[in-house]
Design a protein around this ligand. Structure first.
Ligand SMILES: Nc1ncnc2c1ncn2[C@@H]1O[C@H](COP(=O)(O)OP(=O)(O)O[C@H]2O[C@H](CO)[C@@H](O)[C@H](O)[C@H]2O)[C@@H](O)[C@H]1O
Length: 471
């Protein structure tokens, strides 16, 4: 079975959020079953990391989308990667989606439509004479038009679209339709149109043969007006036709505190002195006061979704009760600034490093007692799984994947509403557990014993692929 996995982030080369971790781990977990190949845009960060890229094909210009070439390379462990080379679109500073100031690139419609249409061509066998795909697996709005381009070419290749976050839809003005060579006839309510704009995500929601999202709970939630982002009607129809499946993400094996080389000290369940060494390190690194109280960690993209405002409004109570807070991540400038201000107000108790560094994140999970995840919604969430493996008990809102991966009172704490009061309820329960050392010990052991292995998820995707191919 030949699968083209189309994504715009991958931990090996470039990451903005959780999609990058999934794109690095899931294709690897699928390798025993299929010939999975990844397709990425040729961003500067991707191209620079390969010593050799073999050019395998050329893509002709289409509407306002420039010609480009397709390169083939592979990761050190032999995973084939196709890279779409078009310096004019992808060789830029900044992150995959915007400039160094965080503003979206104005030509993102062309950048990602070019990517998606090239993916469709590659799948059809017109770009690499030695390879065509049996199935296309596209991820999020950036790749969501791949199923649409397949449909517009009347191709019969089945496609799967995974929604990692419905809140990002890739909305562009109607004129984009012409720029990306989409048929005029696709601009209607059952096609790409979304309130008079063009929605890339909707292209995938409409044209993909099957939809998945990253937890069963979120798969239900997105069929409701509360979390359906205006697309609930379409999603409900696809769900009722059994064409929307929730498959929980896993995490990779490097999340093992006994072996993780990036920690201040490795530790096993029960070795709380080892865990304490990481707490000491974090306190020192973040310039916090010496303390015997709990550390609350927060590792997240700093966006509205993640409920950082709830953490800020609870900060005084956490500190008064003897806790300290450490935060790392990057995202919206206003949220970054609010965190920096909170740190300036209480540098002894609130540590903040804006930016993202994987080692730093791991040391926070290892050094903290609790991990804060008051997300307003959370399709799956990875931080709460990383946290449990590292003995940091997550305090999460009972939504999406958090509701499925945190065992309330056993491996972490769930609270019911995305409000400051409800969140504080979870925090207070955490303080109680911290004082009851036997309880803390057994909760940490239960959390660390969980595996969150990719194997189960990969088996579900494999079954879905086979069903889509009627194998
Ligand atoms: N700039 C940055 N700042 C902070 N952390 C960064 C980061 N870049 C990468 N990360 C990493 O990404 C992790 C966060 O991933 P999540 O899955 O929790 O959320 P995200 O919203 O990015 O992903 C979306 O996609 C994933 C994957 O399907 C879903 O789990 C999730 O619910 C959905 O919102 C952090 O633990 C960290 O390791």
């Amino acid at each position: 079975m030949k699968v083209l996995f189309v994504t715009t982030e991958m931990d090996d080369f470039v990451r903005v959020g959780g999609l990058a971790a999934v794109s690095a781990a899931l294709p690897r977990a699928l390798r025993p079953w299929s010939d999975v190949r990844i397709m990425l845009p040729g961003y500067r960060d991707v191209v620079e990391q390969f010593t050799h890229i073999e050019i395998v094909g050329q893509c002709a210009p289409l509407a306002e989308m420039p010609a480009c070439s397709l390169g083939r390379a592979s990761t050190r462990d032999g995973l084939p990667i196709y890279v779409l080379l078009c310096p004019q679109l992808y060789d830029r500073p900044g992150n995959p989606y915007g400039d160094e100031q965080g503003r979206d690139w104005p030509d993102n419609d062309v950048r990602f439509a070019r990517f998606a249409s090239a993916a469709a061509e590659l799948a059809l066998g017109t770009l690499d004479k030695n390879w065509a795909a049996d199935l296309v697996h596209a991820n999020d709005w950036q790749a969501a038009l791949a199923p649409a381009y397949l449909a517009w070419k009347n191709a019969r290749i089945p496609s799967i679209l995974t929604i990692h976050n419905l809140a990002y839809q890739g909305l562009f003005p109607r004129e984009s339709l012409r720029r990306i060579g989409a048929p005029e006839s696709s601009f209607h309510i059952d096609g790409l149109e979304f309130y008079d704009k063009m929605s890339f995500l909707k292209g995938g929601l409409v044209y993909a043969s099957h939809l998945t999202t990253v937890s069963a709970t979120y798969a239900k939630e997105i069929t409701t007006p509360e979390l359906g982002c205006g697309l609930e009607g379409l999603l409900r129809r696809r769900s009722e036709a059994s064409e929307l499946t929730g498959i929980l993400n896993g995490i990779d094996e490097s999340w093992d505190p006994r072996a993780c080389a990036q920690l201040a000290q490795q530790f096993a369940p029960g070795d709380w002195e080892g865990k304490q060494a990481n707490a000491d390190y974090v306190r020192k690194q973040f310039g916090l006061a010496l303390s015997r109280g709990p550390i609350f960690g927060l590792v997240a993209r700093l966006v509205h979704q993640k409920g950082i405002d709830l953490v800020l409004s609870a900060a005084d109570e956490i500190i008064e009760a003897g806790g300290q807070i450490v935060v790392t991540g990057s995202g919206e400038p206003a949220i970054e600034q609010a965190l920096v201000d909170a740190h300036r107000r209480r540098p002894d108790a609130i540590g903040v490093v804006i930016g993202f560094n994987d080692g730093q994140a791991r040391r926070i999970f290892a050094g903290s007692d609790f991990t804060l995840m008051p997300s307003r919604f959370e399709p799956c969430g990875l931080s709460q799984m990383y946290a449990q493996r590292f003995g940091s008990l997550p305090i999460g809102h009972q939504t999406g994947g958090l509701a499925e991966t945190i065992k309330d009172g056993e491996t972490g704490f769930l609270f019911s509403q995305p409000s400051a009061e409800s969140f504080l309820g979870g925090v207070r329960r955490a303080f109680d557990a911290f004082k009851a050392k036997d309880r803390l010990d057994s909760m940490r052991r239960s959390a660390m014993a969980r595996s969150f292995s990719w194997d189960l998820s990969a088996a579900c995707y494999n079954a879905l692929y086979r069903k889509a191919l009627s194998l």
